[in-house]
Design a protein around this ligand. Structure first.
Ligand code: UDP
Length: 327
């Protein structure tokens, strides 16, 4: 059974929440992270190894020094706009880096992987309604394309080498640890909820709302916000699933509910008691009008269910963190 978990990218936003969950449940954890966007101070549990997934020798040293049962792979560059401006860096890091990690795993006889993918693999949905895993994939930016390429690599690796993998396609990760230990901290911050809360604190530039002429109930984009601890719980179930299942398996992870940008702002106003003023800005390149997950497969197959069902409860945990961040 699984004892030792390697968390690549375990110093980042989602990886850190995974780390805390595994550590508190008694697993032996090793975080491998180059700290390009992660935080050393967030790795408060288990072993930490600083390194880059493009560095095969560093990975080989790690696998020799430490027995690993399963790898959770959160390392990636993940900004859509940056990926459009600098695609080589995205393909190098996200695709070549992952293939390097997979080669090192194979050499070390580690055959289980939980991989962080994204709703960006779907591109612009072809019809309205919830997106299931069988919706056609057609990424519209290099970030989404890099994730989809890795998904294909994992399918091929399963056939060729017997790699077992679970691909988790996240919708919009949000919120923070309910005890306030860890949270979201990006520089620059591009995501909606942390930017709304920054403005609630009176910090920095005014909030921009990108686009007001989408064909949605109020003209702003609809997204599916899923709590980061619910994401971590899904990884946990995926890891257990790999103990008894071969092949490659793909699941959407969201809350199954959509909220417009204006609805998020309204909820944050209630929670913070602050006015949260905003300015209208043009549409942001590459933003589809609506992305909401059909999560039935994860519920049925992984026996997972999001506990933070209401976007308010997600914003509340984020607000607690933003008022008292530790890093
Ligand atoms: N958004 C916005 N202002 C911001 C950040 C985001 O209006 O400062 C909008 C963005 O256009 C999108 C939604 O909020 O419609 C969610 O964006 P985010 O960057 O959080 O996640 P994404 O959906 O791009 O992964």
């Amino acid at each position: 059974s699984i004892v030792n978990v390697l968390i690549c990218g375990g110093a980042g936003y989602i990886g850190t929440h995974m780390l805390k969950m595994l550590a508190l449940r008694g697993y032996e954890t090793t975080v491998f992270d180059n700290l390009s966007t992660g935080h050393r101070a967030a790795v408060r549990w288990g072993r930490f190894v600083e390194g880059n997934i493009l560095d095969r020798e560093a990975l080989d040293r790690l696998f020799v020094s430490q027995h690993i049962d399963v790898v959770m792979h959160f390392c990636a560059l993940s900004q859509v706009g940056e990926s459009v401006r600098d695609p080589y860096t995205y393909y190098q890091n996200n695709v070549t880096g992952t293939v390097t990690l997979l080669e090192a795993m194979r050499a070390a006889d580690v055959n289980k992987l939980v991989f962080s993918s994204t709703a960006a693999v779907y591109g612009v949905p072809v019809n309205e309604g919830l997106l299931s895993e069988s919706h056609p994939t057609n990424p519209i930016n290099p970030y989404g394309a890099s994730k989809l390429m890795v998904e294909r690599v994992l399918e091929d690796a399963s056939r060729a080498y017997g790699l077992r993998s679970v691909i988790l396609r996240y919708f919009n990760a949000a919120g923070a640890d309910s005890e306030g230990d860890i949270g979201e901290s990006h520089l620059p911050e591009t995501h909606l909820i942390p930017n709304v809360l920054r403005v609630a604190q009176g910090i920095g530039e005014p909030l921009k709302v990108f686009g007001n002429d989408y064909v949605t109930r109020d003209g702003t984009c609809i997204r599916d916000y899923v709590h980061v601890t619910d994401l971590a719980q899904a990884h946990f179930q995926a890891m257990r699933f790999l103990e008894s299942n071969e092949g490659t398996h793909c699941f959407n992870l969201g809350s199954g509910k959509g909220h417009t940008v204006m609805e998020v702002i309204a909820a944050a106003r209630e929670i913070t008691g602050q006015p949260i003023e905003f300015v209208r800005a043009p549409r942001r390149a590459g933003d589809p009008p609506a992305l909401v997950a059909d999560i039935r497969r994860a519920i049925e197959v992984l026996d997972w269910r999001p506990e933070f069902e209401d976007v308010r409860s997600i914003i509340e945990t984020a607000w607690r963190w933003h008022r008292a961040p530790h890093y």
